[in-house]
Design a protein around this ligand. Structure first.
Ligand code: 0X9
Ligand code: ZN
Length: 426
């Protein structure tokens, strides 16, 4: 009897189909006056569980990317006509884009260097990898490079997954009070390029240590490549475009936006009170296991010597400073801007990729409860940034896998600038 029950369960889980996006389109829409902007803003406010705003409404000058389900195509078209909204189709069929996004290219020589140790992880940067593969990669590096890599479990997620952070540090070097940098990724599940960059950063620091030992000898790194493992797993198995965590909300909906759940000026704008919305802030600040674990982990390592916090998202190619809860700028904004500018200059020098620099509120929109605001205002880390990786919307969250390595190569140049600067801070 039990055996049949097990079989039935297995069959049911195999049948639990992934959400398909056949016929869904992504439109770029631009308002031309205040009234047409309000029409779109209203759609965002009232129907964001139907229309997925890949970019939020900002201002008159900024176009937005909106994903429209086939059943609402006519209604959406009507709205575009009524308000005379300028638009173009960016992604004609989201399902095809999802499938193309998974295809990689042959690995360039840059990732085929011989590695020390006997184990060989499966992870590479020519395709996107699931949570298990990332976790095995981290465990293997810790095992093969015990003198510089420590795998830290910072707690569990709502669905009971371990959250892994690696500490990269060379205990052999003389200075016991090195500055530290904290990096994370994958707070939003569907932004797959973010964990793919975080794992590259770990690989570069550890496996290419000999090429630039100063970054590890003079600094301590704490890197959490997937801040939202439940959402990340769900985006592989069930719904490629999932954003939030996976905790059920009162009512029919699931998920809290972890980047609206951090406790610095929490719920002061740009965050939704409705649990069905993509930017639901949760019942209280730090109500979520994932954000609370990150808070505790950061506080346990921050202690004055952590000078930089970088949290990676996609997409849009922005290098953002606090604040996200207000249009006011932090007092040290000129210093934050300067470092961002230097980092972006080095990044752009690689392939010409442009990044926009500015405060979250001024460049994007008000959004309170972000991890960047809390890292600066709550944990006292001066150089706190949100970086929105490639692209500017041709593929959006569905960035083709053959852009992972170029993205990582240019971002590494920016990271070096930050690392060098942070090394010299007192
Ligand atoms: O809205 C967000 O959470 C981020 N953009 S995304 O498209 N990846 O969702 C931007 C967050 C910027 N920081 C703050 N608003 N604090
Ligand atoms: Zn994001």
């Amino acid at each position: 009897m039990r055996f049949f029950l097990l079989l039935a369960l297995l069959a049911a889980s195999a049948l639990a189909a992934q959400k398909r996006y056949d016929g869904y389109k992504v439109f770029q829409v631009k308002a031309h006056d205040l009234s047409s902007f309000h029409a779109i803003a209203q759609l965002h406010a009232e129907q964001s569980s139907i229309y997925d705003f890949w970019t939020e409404p900002r201002s008159l000058d900024d176009p937005m990317d909106i994903m429209v389900p086939p059943a609402y195509m006519q209604a959406f078209d009507q709205l575009l006509q009524t308000h005379n909204l300028r638009h173009r189709v960016k992604i004609a069929d989201v399902q095809s884009a999802i499938e193309n996004n998974l295809k990689g290219q042959a690995a360039p020589s840059v990732v085929q260097e011989p590695r020390s140790g006997s184990l060989r992880y499966k992870l590479n940067w020519t395709e996107y990898h699931d949570y298990t593969t990332i976790a095995l990669f981290l465990a293997e590096l810790a095992q093969n490079y015990p003198s510089i890599v420590t795998l830290i479990t910072i707690g569990k997620t709502y669905e009971n997954r371990e959250m892994y952070m690696v500490k990269i540090s060379n205990a052999q070097t003389a200075n016991p009070n090195k500055n530290a940098i904290i990096v994370d990724g994958g707070i939003h599940a569907r932004e797959w390029i973010s964990p793919a960059w975080n794992t590259w950063l770990i690989h570069e620091l550890v496996e290419n240590y000999a090429a630039h030992p100063q970054y590890v000898d003079n600094l301590d790194w704490f890197i959490l490549p997937v801040m939202n493992p439940d959402g990340y797993v769900y985006s592989f198995a069930d719904d490629r475009l999932w954003r939030k965590n996976r905790k059920p909300v009162n009512g029919p909906c699931v998920g809290i936006d972890l980047n609206r759940n951090f406790g610095f000026h929490w719920n002061e704008g740009g965050a939704a009170g409705n649990g069905c919305d993509q930017t639901y802030h949760g019942p209280t600040a730090f109500s979520e296991d994932e954000s609370a674990n990150v808070r505790d982990a950061i506080l346990s390592v921050a202690n004055g010597r952590t000078k930089a916090y970088l949290t990676y998202h996609s997409y849009g190619q922005y290098w953002l400073t606090p604040w996200g809860y207000t249009a006011d700028l932090p007092e040290d904004y000129p210093q934050l801007f300067d470092l961002a500018q230097n980092a972006v200059n080095s990044l752009t020098a690689v392939y010409g990729t442009q990044y926009t620099i500015g405060s979250s509120t001024n460049v994007l929109y008000v959004a309170s409860g972000g991890s960047d605001d809390w890292a600066k205002g709550g944990a006292g880390i001066p150089y706190s940034y949100t970086v929105e990786l490639r692209d500017t919307g041709d593929f959006g969250f569905l960035l083709p896998a053959d852009q992972i390595i170029p993205n990582n190569l240019e971002m590494w140049e920016a990271m070096k600038v930050v690392a060098e600067y942070v090394t010299g801070l007192v």
